[in-house]
Design a protein around this ligand. Structure first.
Ligand SMILES: [Zn+2]
Length: 443
């Protein structure tokens, strides 16, 4: 069989183009996700793929994780190539990049290699080639970054304003998906998201810290961002079926799986460590059991390993995932690294609804004249060129927006997005004298 791929892209990629879910093929380069380009013949099962690159112009650089002989699951393939592709190798890690970012290829490749090495060490896995592909998107609405895990590869796109700080935890999360859920048993899909996403967040933070890519405060900052969002989320008390139903339409429900899973992981790890075990032990044993019984349900394997270490996780799952009881970790869940405290701040009030228009521009709508944003000079239908500072949901940090009015004039608008009410949420506070070794929470 022979077929042609059609390009979904007819110009340089923009922020609003997001990820190449359909092939991007340009005269001088291409970026193609295996799932969008490599066909399977119905009824023939899982094919073994042998990729041969032929008849390319001499100055084309090419990179794919399908170059390995006899690779299965072609949808886990990624292909990139072109005259302006740069390839950097650090240890097992190969980085193939198109376009320039705020980070040099060498720095990004070293960071990725450290994350990969740390995660492989956690799972006791030997090395092997791992490919990361990256393409630059032109910035439109203040910065964007996304990617897809491909087993032994990770395919990403980013705008140039994204910093390593913005991307680090996301990279660690995506690479951890190599194991969770793929090598921990047969996943049931959406009902396991709290485990596959929440535990992956838990370990992304933990292993970044253990690899010394972030310090204790950076580690707690990641937790605190999640905790604030969770504590202030209207979706917090959704039952499991409600959250599953709203997963694709309500961002609060989507985040819930990550939040609940990570909090449960922390609570269980605390309980296990008090008994001389740890969640690390449970995860590593589960990977071993899944290696012997790859078709066994992931949740069955997990519950069995938890039980073997003395914790009945099933009752907690019923209560906190299914019934939607809010999670209240004990204040010493991260002792002796940090304590959990309640913080009170003004409620968050942006004063308007930002909406992405057809041209991929962020536009101001529903602006209230009594808002701080209006008083600072923001007007309805202005285009937000760039968010210089400000965090959605955080009332005590000022917003700085570069905006463009209808007449084309640009300005910077600064305001504090505080409403009239007060909100309370929990935050971890680093204990005085807590060292990185203590915050590894490795026993
Ligand atoms: Zn994920």
């Amino acid at each position: 069989m022979r077929y042609k791929l059609r390009s979904a892209l007819t110009r340089e990629p923009l922020e609003s183009d997001g990820y190449p879910t359909e092939p991007w093929i340009r005269p001088n380069w291409f970026y193609v996700d295996g799932a969008s380009a490599l066909v399977r013949v119905e009824g023939r099962g899982t094919p073994t793929v042998l990729l041969r690159w032929r008849h390319w112009p001499k100055n084309f650089q090419l990179a794919s994780n399908l170059e390995k002989r006899g690779r299965r699951f072609p949808e886990l393939g990624v292909l990139i190539g072109g005259r302006d592709i740069r390839v950097t190798q650090v240890g097992d890690l190969r980085l193939a990049v198109r376009g320039t970012f705020g980070i040099s290829d060498a720095v990004l490749a070293r960071e990725l290699e450290t994350i990969l090495r740390q995660e492989r060490r956690f799972w006791g896995e030997p090395g092997g080639p791992y490919l990361v592909t990256a393409a630059r998107l032109e910035e439109q609405a203040g910065g964007y970054f996304t990617g897809v895990g491909k087993g032994d590869a990770f395919a990403m796109v980013a705008t140039p304003s994204m910093t390593l700080n913005d991307m680090r935890v996301f990279l660690a999360h995506e690479i951890f998906h190599t194991w969770n859920p793929l090598r921990l048993g047969r996943s049931a899909g959406a009902t396991d998201y709290w485990f596959s996403e929440g535990f992956t967040d838990f370990y992304a933070r933990r292993l970044l810290h253990r690899g010394r890519l972030i310090g204790p405060q950076g580690f707690l900052d990641l937790w605190n961002e999640m905790l604030r969002t969770y504590d202030l989320s209207p979706a917090r008390t959704m039952t499991g079926p409600e959250a599953a139903k709203a997963f694709w339409t309500d961002p609060g429900a989507e985040r819930l799986a990550y939040q609940r899973g990570a909090l449960l992981a922390a609570i269980w790890d605390h309980r296990l460590r008090a008994q001389g075990s740890s969640l690390d032990v449970v995860m590593q044993r589960q990977a071993g059991a899944a290696g012997e019984r790859p078709d066994a349900p992931l949740m069955e394997l997990f519950l069995a390993e938890m039980k073997a270490e003395g914790v009945d996780a099933d009752a907690d799952i019923q209560r906190f995932i299914e019934a939607g009881t809010p999670l209240e970790p004990l204040p010493d869940v991260f002792a002796p690294c940090a304590d959990l405290e309640v913080k009170r701040t003004p409620s968050f009030d942006l004063g308007f609804t930002p909406i992405m228009n057809g041209e991929g521009q962020m536009v101001v709508t529903n602006l209230r004249p009594d808002s701080a944003a209006y008083m600072a000079g923001l007007r309805e239908k202005m285009v937000v060129i760039r968010k210089v500072s400000g965090t959605n949901g955080v009332a005590d940090l000022p917003y700085n927006l570069e905006v463009r009015a209808a007449d084309g004039r640009t300005a910077t608008v600064s305001f504090v997005p505080a409403g009239t009410g007060t909100v309370a949420y929990r935050q971890f506070v680093l204990r005085a004298g807590a060292t990185p070794a203590v915050c590894d929470l490795s026993q």
